[in-house]
Design a binder for this molecule. Structure first.
Ligand code: SF4
Length: 121
């Protein structure tokens, strides 16, 4: 089986073709311009991950929400569940840049951290 993917490890966006055996083994990776593309393609086939950027509700702050992101890459198949958990989360002001807003989200070992401040009202 062949799978065509776009490498997003840099803005060049190379088209990469991965040959996969019936047992799931990766036979070859072609079309990548550099080694990062090879690594990206292999991860995308065997264990796809995504970073997440969204907002968390803040109580008592000058803003109602604070922007946040995952401190590392999350399994792609858990992104929607993570979004649901983050949508339910609430934190109290003040929030500082880098504060952990959701610890170890869904047991992934990845924290959701603030990417901005939110002082109290
Ligand atoms: S293969 Fe290399 S050059 Fe091409 S998009 Fe990926 S990282 Fe960029």
């Amino acid at each position: 089986m062949q799978k065509n993917i776009i490498c997003v490890a840099c803005p060049m966006g190379c088209g990469v073709t991965v040959d996969i055996a019936d047992n799931g083994e990766i036979l070859s990776v072609k079309g990548n311009t550099c080694k990062r593309g090879d690594a990206y393609a292999r991860t995308e086939i065997t264990n796809p991950v995504r970073s997440l950027a969204t907002t968390v509700k803040v109580n008592g702050g000058i803003y109602n929400v604070v922007p946040c992101k995952s401190a590392g890459a999350l399994p792609k198949d858990k992104i929607m569940e993570c979004m649901e958990a983050i949508n339910k989360a609430e934190v109290n002001a003040p929030v500082k840049l880098g504060d952990v807003l959701v610890e170890n989200i869904l047991g992934t070992g990845i924290n959701i951290v603030a990417t901005n401040h939110c002082p109290t009202k």
